[in-house]
Write a protein that binds this ligand. Structure first.
Ligand code: G
Ligand code: G
Ligand code: MN
Ligand code: NA
Length: 253
């Protein structure tokens, strides 16, 4: 079997699952959301990284079907946390290919309705490069999501062209500062300047900022000084299964 067929089978046989990485307010006290990340538990090969199979899924178009499942599963989990009295916003990664599907908006609405999940508990993460593609369908979809109160985040910010025109046009709720700029904080002066500038720009435009890949107290201190709002990284929590995140929710509110 090719990897593509394996992946198709994995979807059918429910070998895909989601893990959730916590996102904390910069003071580390409040859990403000989580990012749903796809995992493939292969019976023989073990855990296969999305870095390996997402590009394949995008090439083959299988990402549409996988993305549909991810969306449904994330909404189901968010609705469960809401019903338990511990609501938490769940962020879902959306690829350019998905946004280009004419029925994607209807699918998002159907998933929210199916799980009776108010739209404010769902966040869609779109990479900067997806925005830059400027496909008409994608543009219309992003605007419709905003109108419906679904949160919008720009992922991997700073690694593409970082067009300010696109920031202005889509006015996302959240800018996710790429790990590449966080990694060498606080000592790298260029990165420190870049991160500070992104935070100030976001603030001026009324957007929040999240720093990705935060691994040390030193990085966290710098980000707090700079005025960053939210952190996500190994320091505050690895991607974990739903049960583990449920336990974390019980202790961090
Ligand atoms: O969690 P991890 O570092 O292994 O993720 C690797 C990459 O795979 C990240 O860039 C992440 O955005 C992407 N990814 C993880 N889950 C999904 C998903 O459900 N859909 C899409 N399109 N990308 C995902
Ligand atoms: O592209 P995206 O931002 O969706 O990718 C998130 C990826 O980053 C996930 O695969 C996740 O496992 C990984 N990740 C999350 N926190 C950290 C961190 O603190 N350090 C490193 N090296 N990777 C991280
Ligand atoms: Mn992401
Ligand atoms: Na990212």
């Amino acid at each position: 079997l090719t990897l593509e067929n394996h992946l198709r089978q994995a979807l059918e046989r429910q070998q895909l699952h989601l893990v959730y990485q916590p996102q904390f307010a910069i003071d580390r006290r409040r859990l403000v959301g989580c990012e749903a990340l796809l995992r493939w538990q292969h019976p023989e090969q073990g855990l296969i990284s999305p870095a390996r199979f997402i590009p394949l899924a995008e090439e083959t178009g299988l990402i549409v079907e996988i993305g549909r499942w991810v969306l449904d599963e994330a909404c189901r989990q968010a609705a469960a946390w809401l019903a338990a009295g511990t609501p938490l916003r769940v962020a879902v990664n959306v690829s350019a290919r998905q946004l280009g599907q004419p029925d994607w908006l209807a699918e998002v609405e159907a998933a929210l309705a199916r799980h009776r999940l108010p739209s404010c508990w769902l966040e869609l993460e779109v990479t900067e490069s997806t925005l830059m593609e400027d496909a008409e369908q994608a543009v219309r979809h992003l605007q419709a999501f905003k109108e419906r109160g679904i949160h919008l985040a720009v992922d991997d910010f700073g690694t593409g062209y970082s067009s300010l025109t696109y920031l202005k046009r889509f006015s996302p709720d959240l800018i996710k500062i790429d790990r590449a700029f966080v990694m060498n904080l606080p000592h790298n002066r260029d990165d420190a300047a870049i991160v500070s500038a992104i935070v100030q720009l976001a603030e001026a435009l009324g957007m929040q900022t999240l720093a990705e890949g935060v691994e040390s107290e030193e990085q966290l201190d710098f980000l707090a000084q700079a005025g960053c709002d939210v952190v996500q990284g190994y320091l505050t929590g690895r991607p974990q299964n739903a049960a583990e995140l449920t336990a974390l929710l019980a202790t961090s509110r």
